[in-house]
Structures are given as structure tokens and as C-alpha cells.
Design a protein around this ligand. Structure first.
Ligand code: PEP
Ligand code: MN
Length: 349
């Protein structure tokens, strides 16, 4: 439920309302609803005695949150949430691009990837050090060494880094190497223990959609993270499994406007794992931005033919550069801006 606080309520009254909620075994989380303070009481609502909360001093009225994903819903937070990754806002008016290789391979590959991504107009660097591969005999990632190569490559450019966490036992390593955004991959979208662990951090999390997850299941997975106190969640649509086998996955473009209506969380799109082919990435990227996505996560490798994983879907830095200019144009046409200021934006007429 949402407890709307009277504008005249003082701090002591707000604190008393929160303790009352917490004493019931519920979580009390603040939100702003059309500039009015509200406290969301989250948990088993049956424990709240009828009418008692309404009678507390400072309470204006109590509203139900109808959606099962309480904290992820727009009812809880009507405004768009902007997740800040160091100096970079995700979910505001500016479109952000995250780029980098599928896997971290060598220091040289990562240095070239970071320079290429930066020059091409990306504002964050990605690279997997722990790889969830279909076959146990495929390359599994460089693990700790990979986190180091990723951090070393990003540092000279001041780029925040995004990398996938598969096991909570690696969280300390992620802190050691200063990972800025934790990616929860498709295969772990419903790994609830993992979701609870990242929920206890304040690090931004990219939550990728499960291979066959419905939007409701996906938002409930986000709720697991939010319920632990971490609302720095970015949803990533990356294509779903369908009857179609002509391409890797089917990009669910419809999910983008649907999510933007249903949740306050930023929504980004990964066109690389959706199409599974480099030639499809530009069209899917532009469609995603036109549909309202807040950003893109694109695989980009200095030498795709030599990539240790997902080379067929990786753009070269030159291809990414050409694409980001088009992305900037679509962003501008839809009343938004392009995040990376180094790029020459076409002048608005
Ligand atoms: C990835 O981003 O490299 C990845 C493995 O993605 P997904 O979890 O979407 O398959
Ligand atoms: Mn990949």
C-alpha cells in the first residue's frame, strides 16, 4: 500500500509512520507521487490492521498498489527513474550506449575495444569475464583476470564498466575491480538467491530478460532486487525465444512501450543477442530507440572474426560509429538527446 503523507506532516510524524510500518514486519520505502511524499509499505499486507494506518498523525490517506510488482510499478513511482552510473544518467532524456566485446579476452583486445567504443560514441564499456555458455566445453571467461583487463582498459577513458555476475561468491571480486554495473544475464533472470544478493547492494543492476520470460515474470524478478532495497535497476530486452529459427532470438519491440507504461525503471535493448548477426544490429537498434528505449547495449569487437565468443554478432568500432550517429538522429527525432557529447549531433532545424 501507499501511505500518502500530508504536506503539513513534520519529520517526527513521518518517522513514527515508518516505525509503525516496520513494526508490522513491512518495509517502509519513500517515494514522491506528484511532488507529495508517500511511504510504500511492502510485504504481507494482511498484517496491517484495518483503518489503523489512516488514523496515524500525518497520514492523508492510504492507496493500494494493485500490481504484484509493487516497487517496480509506476503506481509506486509515477516519474521515470534515472539510474546514475557514476556521472552517466540512464533513464533520463539522453540515450546511452554501452558497447564492448561479448567476452574479455586479452589486455590488448580490451584496450582496443575501449578506445573503439569510446570513439564510436559509447559511454559505458561492457565485457564478460564470467560467461554463461551453453556448452561446458566452450570458453568460460577470463574470470578475475578478465575483470582486471576490463577495469584497466576503461580507466584511461573514464568509462564505467558493465559485466555479468553469475555467482554471489564473486561479489567481492567485483568490488575489488570497481565494477560499476552488475549484469544479471538471461539465464539467471530467475535465480532468486542471486537477485536477493544484488538487491542488498546499491550498485546499479542490468536485469536481462529471461529466454522465455513473460513481462510479468521479468518485473517480478526486478521486484526481488527492489524488495531488498536496491532500486537501481535497468531492464534489458535482448530478444526472446520464439517459433522463428531464422535469427537467434525475436526482439520484442512491443515490450518497450509496454514497460515504459508499466514501470518507472529504465529500459535498454541489446540488439546483438536478439538478432545474433552483426548486419541486423543497426535496424534493431534504431527500432528500439524509436520505440522508446533509454539506451542500447551493443557487442563491439576490434576484430570480430577473431572473437572468442559471439563474433558473428559483433560490430567493428567503425560500424558502431556509423550506427551511433543514426541513433543520435532518432533520439533527436523523438525529442531526446544522445548521451555521449563527443559525437557531432545533427543540428536541429
Ligand atoms: C551477454 O551479454 O554476453 C550475454 C550472455 O547475454 P544474455 O544473458 O542476454 O544471453
Ligand atoms: Mn554475447
Amino acid at each position: 500500500m501507499l501511505i500518502m503523507i500530508k504536506p503539513s506532516a513534520d519529520e517526527a510524524q513521518v518517522a513514527a509512520i515508518k516505525s509503525f510500518v516496520e513494526d508490522l514486519g513491512l518495509r517502509a520505502i519513500e517515494s514522491q507521487i506528484r511532488k507529495q511524499l508517500a511511504i510504500a509499505a511492502i510485504g504481507d499486507q494482511d498484517v496491517a490492521p484495518n483503518g489503523l494506518i489512516e488514523s496515524l498523525p500525518g497520514v492523508e490517506h492510504v492507496l493500494p498498489i494493485h500490481k504484484p510488482y509493487k516497487l517496480a510499478s509506476r503506481e509506486f513511482h509515477p516519474d521515470n527513474r534515472v539510474v546514475s552510473v557514476r556521472h552517466i544518467p540512464i533513464g533520463g532524456d539522453a540515450i546511452q550506449v554501452i558497447a564492448g566485446p561479448c567476452s574479455v579476452e586479452t589486455p590488448e583486445q580490451m584496450l582496443a575495444a575501449a578506445a573503439g567504443a569510446m570513439t564510436a560514441g559509447a559511454s559505458l564499456l561492457r565485457g564478460g569475464a564470467f560467461k554463461p555458455r551453453t556448452s561446458p566445453y566452450s570458453f568460460q571467461g577470463m574470470e578475475e583476470e578478465g575483470l582486471k583487463y576490463l577495469a584497466d582498459a576503461a580507466r584511461p577513458h573514464g568509462m564505467p564498466v558493465v559485466t555479468e555476475l553469475m555467482d554471489p561468491r564473486d561479489i567481492d571480486l567485483f568490488f575489488k575491480y570497481g565494477v560499476d554495473v552488475i549484469q544479471i544475464g538471461t539465464r539467471n533472470m530467475q535465480n532468486f538467491r542471486l537477485l536477493k544478493e544484488v538487491g542488498q547492494l546499491q550498485v546499479p543492476v542490468i536485469l536481462k530478460r529471461g529466454l522465455s520470460a513473460t513481462i510479468k515474470e521479468w518485473l517480478m524478478a526486478a521486484e526481488y532486487i527492489a524488495a531488498q532495497g536496491n532500486l537501481n535497476i535497468i531492464l534489458a530486452e535482448r530478444g526472446v525465444r520464439s517459433f522463428e529459427s531464422a535469427y537467434r532470438n525475436m526482439l520484442d519491440v512491443s515490450a518497450i512501450p509496454y514497460l515504459k507504461r508499466e514501470t518507472h525503471l529504465p529500459v535498454i535493448v541489446d540488439p546483438s543477442h536478439a538478432g545474433g548477426a552483426a548486419w541486423m544490429v543497426p535496424a534493431l537498434s534504431l527500432a528500439a530507440i524509436a520505440a522508446g528505449a533509454d539506451g542500447l547495449m551493443i557487442e563491439c569487437h576490434p576484430n570480430p572474426a577473431q572473437a572468442w565468443s559471439d563474433g558473428e554478432q559483433a560490430l567493428t568500432p567503425q560500424e558502431l560509429h556509423a550506427l551511433t550517429r543514426q541513433v543520435a538522429a532518432v533520439a533527436q527525432a523523438s525529442g531526446r538527446t544522445y548521451g555521449q557529447s563527443l559525437i557531432d549531433l545533427p543540428k536541429a532545424s
